[in-house]
Design a protein around this ligand. Sequence first.
Ligand code: UD1
Length: 346
Amino acid sequence: MATILCAGGAGYIGTHTCIALLQAGHKVIVADDLSNSKKAALDRVQQITGQEIPFYQIDIKNENELSVIFAKHKIDAVIHWAGFKAVGESVEKPLMYYQNNLGCTISLLKVMAEFGAKCFVFSSSATVYDVHNAMPLKEEDVCACTNPYGWTKWMGEQILRDVGKVDAQMSVVLLRYFNPIGAHESGLIGEDPNGIPNNLMPYISQVAVGKREKLSIFGNDYDTPDGTCIRDYIHVTDLAQAHILAVEYLMNGGESNTFNLGNGVGFTVKEVIETARKATGLEIKAQTAPRRAGDPARLIASSEKAKKVLGWKPEHADLEEIISSAWKWHSTHPTGFADGRRDASC
Ligand code: UD1
């Protein structure tokens, strides 16, 4: 059993991972500034697992506040999601993104070194890959980003690789997520973005619940079978399992490593919309719009390395099933966590 600090653990992937960690017998501590997440989500995690989670609302960049947590709990490993993630905003406010996303990573590493915590799992992204690579993407493929958000992920990786080289005790797993969607089977937690969603699945869900009128399909002239972009969608609970395996791999002496996390199958935007219509039984209006800057035509993962080295086995390959799990959450919580209601069903 390990004691794991989940930095940014109140968010979408963090909360799903907290559930999986607790159910696997690990101890979880969450630090989050709640800038893009809600405390209610963690309350639901406690409701689902029946376990208490020590929670600290802090700025992860603040080393003094981090030190208080490390002094109080004997932290074995850190999983780091704390960061801004809106691509368009990162183009408009690059300094804000570099300062926050890199600052959080650096502060965590400094305080970990001070307290002798040696295992670091980093939330990276498929966005670090150069768009000219052949599919499926492998971990050793060329990296290059198209926006400051992507560069913060790439630079975060580089900082961790560099620290891992000089600190023989520090071991690091970089997890490159493809497109996480879906929600916990309870339907009690799920994605709940602030404001207008940037990502496809939450936007579709908001059209389905009637919060927005129609979806824009960003570009229909890509070199793909129906002209819309292809992505590799992975169930968030499968991602959560990969984090457990990554922590356990490091705790068992595994060397620093990088892993792609995807299903290895691509779906076009139109296929996702059609599948969402089937899963929800709703019309979900959509219209073609211009391309979104920086969108590559295809992103598909080879996750063979995660399967081989970590023993990771994604359990959800069926897109309709994955979308149905998201719909269970969105249809029962059309305003996300804002309703503040405590479900009696769990
Ligand atoms: C995006 C980010 C990526 C980040 C990931 C996190 C960009 C360019 N990339 O990935 O860096 O790690 O989210 O979850 O933003 N689409 C529409 N209409 C919409 C929204 C999306 O047609 O309203 C299309 C997009 O053009 C894309 C596909 O749906 O082809 C998936 O988009 P999205 O869910 O935003 O994910 P990515 O762009 O792949």
